[in-house]
Design a protein around this ligand. Structure first.
Ligand SMILES: CC(C)(COP(=O)(O)OP(=O)(O)OC[C@H]1O[C@@H](n2cnc3c(N)ncnc32)[C@H](O)[C@@H]1OP(=O)(O)O)[C@@H](O)C(=O)NCCC(=O)NCCS
Length: 208
């Protein structure tokens, strides 16, 4: 029997990007049915070094228990977007971005990001992080943070370029902590209220 999700699938975070003419990437929240795609992504589409930068431990392949944890999510405490492509070489996952709320601190969430080796340097990481931050902000996360190995210059560069502050990690000298405050989303204008006017640009909720 096909695995199913017992939570409402958040279709509003489905998107499609054109990286260059003829090359499209679809971004969508992960599903339980994506287990094989996720295993292939973390095991084969990411090289050893990238996997180490992502998980901070050496692993040859993504364990089944982690595949299950990564694909059976509630879209609230644990939210994940995958980027996928369909071309003449088939259907592949090329990116993964997720956040998990801190236990007891639901307005704070830790994120992690990964892009397939062959697809790095093409703005997928930047766009995935932006989409993830928008989803987090819309769901009430006010502080998004990530722990990054000190030598992970691509991730530190991406975090800085995306408005994250980079600080020392509170407990681990191997790491730096990147964090960004997400403001409250603006309330929607009341229907048919002529008196409502759009706020000045600097007052708009940050969309990262
Ligand atoms: C970090 C990672 C997600 C970046 O993804 P990406 O798709 O290659 O990044 P992008 O192409 O979107 O780059 C966006 C910005 O990041 C920064 N960046 C990317 N690669 C960089 C590099 N090698 N050195 C310095 N900065 C870099 C730049 O600011 C870049 O903007 P620019 O292209 O305008 O210069 C990717 O390298 C990766 O998956 N690494 C392995 C896993 C990992 O380290 N995850 C982070 C743990 S949370």
């Amino acid at each position: 029997m096909e695995p199913t999700t017992e939570f409402r699938y958040p279709v509003q975070w489905i998107d499609r990007w054109t990286l260059e003419p003829g090359q499209n990437v679809t971004v969508r929240p992960v599903l339980p049915q994506d287990a094989a795609l996720q295993h292939d992504f973390f095991t084969h589409q990411m090289g050893k070094h990238s996997r180490y930068q992502r998980f901070m431990i050496s692993m040859r392949e993504l364990p089944c228990s982690t595949v299950q944890y990564f694909t059976r999510i509630d879209y609230h405490d644990h939210f994940a977007l995958i980027a996928e492509t369909f071309d003449d070489q088939g259907h592949r996952q090329v990116g993964d971005a997720r956040f998990v709320r801190e236990s007891g601190q639901p307005a704070t969430a830790e994120f992690a990001l990964a892009v397939a080796d062959a697809w790095q340097g093409r703005s997928i990481g930047r766009r995935l992080l932006q989409a993830l931050a928008s989803a987090a902000q819309a769901q009430g996360v006010r502080m998004l943070f990530g722990d990054v190995l000190r030598d992970n210059l691509p991730m530190l560069g991406l975090a800085r370029a995306s408005g994250f502050a980079v600080r020392r990690h509170p407990d681990d000298a191997r790491l730096l902590r990147v964090s960004r405050a997400l403001q409250l989303p603006l309330p929607l204008p009341p229907a048919n209220d002529a008196a409502w006017s759009a706020p000045a640009p600097r007052e708009r909720a940050c969309a990262l």
